[in-house]
Design a protein around this ligand. Structure first.
Ligand code: MD3
Ligand code: FE
Length: 222
């Protein structure tokens, strides 16, 4: 039976622990460290996806080269070029289907969605973003998916970053949310079309992933 002293130590440890789930919108949540138990399975799966579909810097319809490198896995992958943004079943760089979504990826995305009250999430696309120091993603909405009723799940790996969460108008002043290795964001419903972005990545080296941040975003696109 724990004596009072042990009980007090546990109570103290609990008080010092940051809240594990932070609500950043009516239907938007940050699950702190949620991906950490999956890391040992995620990293080798990620390496094998990237061997088949390496990161590439895409060009926007406006002619700007993105600072973030992109790849995808799953039935659909996201592409931009001079003719527009779209999801495709074929990787335009290899001419082959995108690599399959690894089981560990799908399990993590579904567990996180369920945790945030979106059960039955069935992602068919996982975009993989690669940030090196200085890379950023300017404010945008994710609206190339066919149906906005499914949530999006995002997994942050490697170097920390500051995520900007705006409103439904480009001009709405964004909230800044720091994201660490292992944090997972889930948003849907009324928060699904909020503007969002990532501030320029600061210099650094992550012990597991080196001088980079990798973000996985799971979507139901088709
Ligand atoms: C909240 N990626 O790939 S993910 C993207 O960290 C993208 O690489 C960013 O935006 C990244 O399209 C941010 C987190 C995120 C994405 C979309 C949201 C949070 C969101 C849409 C509405 C609310
Ligand atoms: Fe986005």
């Amino acid at each position: 039976m724990p004596n009072n002293f042990t009980a007090e130590l546990f109570a103290e440890a609990e008080l010092q622990q940051a809240p594990r789930t932070e609500q950043v919108g009516p239907q938007a949540f940050v699950l702190r460290g949620f991906a950490l138990p999956w890391i040992e399975r995620l990293v080798p799966a990620l390496r094998s996806v990237l061997r088949a579909a390496p990161f590439r810097q895409m060009v926007t319809p406006g002619g700007f080269t993105m600072s973030v490198g992109l790849s995808s896995c799953g039935q659909l992958g996201w592409t931009t070029d001079r003719s527009g943004y779209r999801y495709t079943g074929i990787d335009p760089q290899s001419g082959q289907p995108w690599p399959a979504m690894p089981e560990a990826f799908r399990e993590l995305a579904q567990a996180a969605a369920t945790e945030a009250s979106f059960p039955d999430f069935a992602p068919d696309a996982c975009l993989i973003n690669h940030y090196v120091p200085g890379a950023r993603m300017s404010l945008h909405q994710d609206k190339n998916e066919r149906d906005f009723s499914a949530p999006i799940v995002s997994v942050s790996l490697g170097l920390p970053a500051v995520f900007q969460l705006g409103g439904e108008q480009r001009g709405d002043r964004p909230l800044r949310v720091p994201l660490q290795h292992g944090d997972v964001l889930v948003w849907g419903g009324v928060d699904r079309l909020r503007y969002h972005g990532v501030l320029p990545l600061k210099d650094g080296t992550h012990p597991l992933l080196g001088p980079r941040r990798i973000n996985l975003t799971f979507r139901h696109a088709g």
